[in-house]
Design a protein around this ligand. Structure first.
Ligand SMILES: [Fe+2]
Length: 356
């Protein structure tokens, strides 16, 4: 049953209104504006009938206070007023009331107005909750689709990686390192203009695509056991250009532009070097997109570590980190290098190496 709160300092009037509405609603009554807010602390009426003229807080003041509070501002209010002049009526409506009813009450008019407003707001609330639940459904559906898309991307990247990397861990490892680095940069407040929440999550999602261009490099070069000739190395370098093309073709239709830009930049620029001697564009310093600078250190570190992990007599983590440190300001962004070196304990935990 809907709840109606009647507010009036005049007890006779309160009783009369309550008598008229009692049959169809649960009616609560208070006799001052101040009491309205005490009542609202524990109750939620579907409609408030509010006397305009009261000692202390008058109806308009109560109305203003209700409107100021987002918890109460959508409770409909009908004013009760003895002065049926146009100014009073205008004052009622301007203050945000839904309607007004003249005193003394005519039972059928009061019942009618109350029923109309209660029904109207009932529908409105239903509609609002329908919209909210549909919005929730749409969000969860699009999250499912994007999780599926990520799984397909990771699966595809793994397949490509398996051709020249028999551990099959490179995709997952590099994505984890990218996540660790970018989270640490964000936590430390570095590159605040670039590292929005979207940039961070897009970079982590796009990391598995960094070597997607290798799909166009022949097995004979990719898996050549001997040293590559200069020409073969030039061919390998093309995986960055191919990667960017594939990202654009593959994701251009389905992904949002920011994700696409980041995936493109990662695939194209993850072999650039801070000193400008990398490939394919010989970008240097800050002109290398941040996502690619992060990818670069994650990519190289994983290759170094995996190379050393099966060799006896060396500490793969510290040996790999020492090489990364040597590349500070030459191959790698110095800021990212410092953050990465500070992460030694976290990296040790991830790779499962015993502390030295
Ligand atoms: Fe690469």
């Amino acid at each position: 049953m809907n709840i109606i709160l009647i507010v009036d300092d005049d007890t006779t009037s309160l009783k009369l209104a309550k008598g008229i509405l009692d049959q169809d609603y649960r009616v609560a009554t208070v006799n001052s504006g101040e009491m309205v807010f005490k009542y609202l602390e524990k109750n939620r009426p579907d409609l408030i009938l509010l006397d305009l003229n009261m000692p202390g807080m008058d109806g308009v003041e109560v109305m203003e206070k209700l409107q100021d509070n987002p918890d109460y501002s959508n409770i409909p209010v009908i004013f009760l007023t003895a002065n049926q002049d146009p100014q009073s009526e205008a004052k009622c409506l301007e203050s945000g009331a839904i309607d007004f009813v003249g005193k003394p009450f005519v039972p059928v008019i009061l019942q009618n107005r109350v029923r109309r407003v209660v029904e109207l707001f009932g529908y409105r609330n239903q509609l609002e909750s329908m919209v909210a639940s549909q919005a929730e459904e749409i969000i969860s559906r699009s999250q499912r689709i994007s999780r599926m898309q990520d799984a397909v991307i990771i699966g595809m990247a793994n397949l490509i990686e398996l051709r020249d990397n028999n551990t099959g861990r490179h995709v997952k490892n590099t994505q984890t390192y990218v996540e660790m680095i970018i989270t640490a940069l964000k936590r430390k407040g570095m590159y605040p203009d670039i590292l929005t929440d979207d940039y961070v999550s897009n970079t982590i999602r796009a990391a598995p695509l960094h070597d997607v261009g290798k799909i166009k490099i022949s097995d004979s070069i990719l898996n050549k056991p001997a040293r590559l000739t200069e020409e073969e190395f030039e061919t390998i370098k093309l995986h960055t250009l191919y990667g960017a093309e594939i990202v654009d073709d593959l994701l251009g239709e389905v992904e949002d532009p920011e994700y696409l830009d980041i995936a493109h930049d990662i695939a194209l620029h993850h072999h650039e070097r801070w000193d400008g001697t990398g490939y394919p564009s010989q970008l240097s310093g800050d002109s290398i997109p941040l996502c690619a600078r992060i990818m670069s250190i994650a990519d190289v570190f994983d290759a170094l570590y995996e190379d050393r992990v099966y060799k006896k007599g060396i500490r793969p983590l510290s040996a790999s980190l020492a090489i990364i440190e040597d590349g500070r300001g030459l191959q790698f962004d110095p800021v990212i290098t410092d953050v990465f070196l500070e992460m030694a304990d976290e990296l040790r935990e991830y790779v499962g190496e015993e502390p030295e």
